[in-house]
Design a protein around this ligand. Structure first.
Ligand code: FNR
Length: 335
């Protein structure tokens, strides 16, 4: 199944291998613009025959950057560079998406940082300002504008980053959302920010839409995979195509990690919410990826570090599974 195509609205991915979004912190200045590193790094994985590449967390506002070297999509000036990336990857027969993100209280840029509530991540981190309703509105609009720019830049997929303790995740979890207004206080109100971000994105974007979540906070008072089943159902009703199922990083509690440690969360959401999912996290072997798909535990396999180490991972996997993989045409005789 790993090398079977996957239909996604208006497009068909050539296989189930997805490059997971990974920040490169590679912008030399603070412009947020695409540079040579991105122009080499992403197309390399397209040559390696990945089915879908998701460009790293890309900031929807300058204030929402994880670091000053993040990629940006907060200005129309970012579109030209991003369009170069999509053209390069499309030229090698691979689809390309972008993860749009706001770092919330985990932003490390100069100036004030914002979050649903004024609670710092840990004692070493800065305390964010609790967002006003006006700031909330502006940030939702920034996600919408980012989706418009993603379309102008030629992306095939938009992924909303609602995981890893960044802004949207901070609204979703009761550990970080202590508001008592329309945007916090109970399950429905904690979900409202994400729901409105989805709507703002959909006003500009009619292509495939993914949402990455942290299915567990690994904390007794935090969110659990079962809580996320409910949210995944709501996201499905809103027209989200796939949940990319990660976990953790909301609060400083490191999870126990082992091969496929997040796959059970993907399996539960897929089964109980009836939505397509992507599995991610210490998936490194072809047989492991194949098992996840064959057992109906996910629809797509997201690979992070395995694809950093081996841009040709799909070729390596195809050999192991005995699948004939179409080589890039210039490599035909060497593949
Ligand atoms: C990441 N990860 C990540 N996740 C995300 O949603 N947006 C991001 O921008 C990043 N950035 C990032 C950078 C680097 C260098 C790494 C290694 C990881 C998490 C990543 O997408 C993936 O979920 C994890 O790495 C687990 O998968 P692997 O690496 O075990 O396959």
């Amino acid at each position: 199944m790993l090398f079977t195509s996957y239909p996604l609205r208006n497009l068909t991915l050539k296989n189930r291998i997805v490059m997971s979004p990974m920040c490169m912190y590679a912008c030399a200045d603070e412009s947020g613009r695409v540079n040579d590193w991105h122009r080499i790094h992403y197309p390399s994985r397209a040559v390696g025959q990945v089915g879908l590449i998701i460009v790293e967390a890309t900031a929807v506002t300058a204030q929402g950057r994880i670091s000053a070297n993040d990629l940006g999509i907060w200005s129309d000036e970012h579109v030209a560079g991003l369009r170069e990336l999509t053209a390069l990857v499309h030229g090698q027969g691979t689809h390309i998406g972008i993860q749009i993100a706001h770092a919330g209280r985990k932003a490390t840029v100069d100036g004030p940082i914002v979050a649903p509530s004024a609670i710092a991540f840990d004692e070493k981190s800065r305390t964010p300002e609790a967002m006003t309703l006006e700031q909330i509105e502006e940030t939702i609009a920034a996600f919408g504008a980012a989706a418009r720019r993603a379309k102008e830049a030629g992306f095939d997929v938009v992924e909303i980053h609602a995981a890893h303790g960044y802004l949207i995740n901070e609204f979703l979890s009761p550990l970080t959302n202590k508001r008592d207004d329309a945007y916090g206080g109970d399950r429905a109100r904690n979900f409202r920010f994400l729901s409105e971000v989805v709507r703002a994105v959909q006003a500009e974007w009619d292509g495939p839409l993914f949402v990455r979540i942290s299915a567990s906070d690994y904390h007794p008072e935090g969110m659990t995979p079962s809580d996320y089943v409910e949210y995944a159902r709501l996201l499905k009703e809103q027209g989200v195509d796939l949940i990319d199922v990660s976990s953790g990083a909301l609060v400083p509690v490191p999870p126990k990690v082992y091969p496929g440690y997040q796959v059970p969360f993907s399996e539960q959401l897929r089964r109980e919410a009836g939505i397509a999912t992507g599995a991610v996290g210490l998936i490194t072997e072809a047989e492991q990826a194949e098992e996840i798909l064959q057992s109906g535990r996910a629809d797509l396999i997201f690979l992070g570090r395995a694809l950093l180490r081996d841009p040709y991972w799909p070729r390596t996997a195809a050999k192991r599974l005995g699948v004939q993989l179409e080589p890039p045409k210039s490599y035909t005789r060497a593949w």
